[in-house]
Design a protein. Structure first.
Ligand code: 5GP
Length: 206
């Protein structure tokens, strides 16, 4: 029914398990594409340029802003992150639901520009579990982990702006819930305006 794909914004505290969740969703279902962001932060061990992120300099990032190549951008713990526009719009035109794994400021900007987007917030079952996962990941210093936990506390203030909350306790359940929420969003009347107009026309002429 939907001619175009939808934007799916996924936010959540650092360490909530968004990465694993996205990977599993893309493994299971074909209709999703994952947007690759640009960032000025350094790659973590194992991260590849063009796969997890496009790792760019401050100058390059500012250039992208100036040329309006980003759908949105924001600062997160001393670094810039942004969503390149071209790939996202092309994938949507091809009917794919495009997932943006971004933080809250960016998420709110997307909702302003694309009101039909669905905003999901992923969280762990409790705060202790969040800290445990961040430390267990072993990719950040204690200083960065603490900065990220402080940021989580700030972001927790804005969670009401999201459409749905996803508790990532058990990954299998969480993936299926996420898929279901997106499918339901596709069925919203406001996301099917072309189809509604068509039915109205047909009813007039019947
Ligand atoms: P990380 O450094 O852990 O990969 O990402 C830090 C935060 O930046 C995460 O909350 C992630 O969702 C967010 N982020 C990643 N890419 C983007 C983006 O393109 N735009 C915005 N606004 N946030 C992003």
């Amino acid at each position: 029914m939907n001619e175009h794909g939808m934007l799916v914004v996924v936010s959540g505290f650092s360490g909530a398990g968004k990465g694993t969740l996205m990977k599993e969703l893309l493994n299971r279902y074909e209709n999703y594409a994952l947007s690759i962001s640009a960032t000025t932060r350094a790659p973590r061990t194992g991260e590849v340029d063009g796969k997890e992120y496009f790792f760019v300099t401050e100058e390059h990032f500012n250039d992208m802003i100036e040329k309006e190549e980003l759908i949105e951008y924001a600062q997160y713990v001393n670094h810039s992150y942004g969503t390149p526009k071209e790939y996202v719009l092309n994938q949507m035109k091809m009917g794919k639901d495009v997932i943006l794994e971004i933080e809250i400021q960016g998420a709110l900007k997307v909702k302003e520009r694309f009101p039909e987007a669905i905003l999901l917030f992923v969280m762990p079952p409790n705060a202790q579990e969040l800290k445990r996962r961040l430390i267990g990941r072993g990719t950040e210093s204690m200083e960065v982990i603490n900065a990220r936990l402080r940021r989580a506390s700030e972001e927790a203030q804005g969670m009401e702006a999201y459409d749905y909350i996803l508790i990532n306790d058990e990954i299998d359940t969480c993936v299926e819930e996420m898929h279901l929420m997106i499918q339901v969003q596709h069925k919203r009347a406001s996301n099917n305006m072309a189809f509604l107009s068509q039915i109205r026309e047909e009813l007039k002429n019947i």
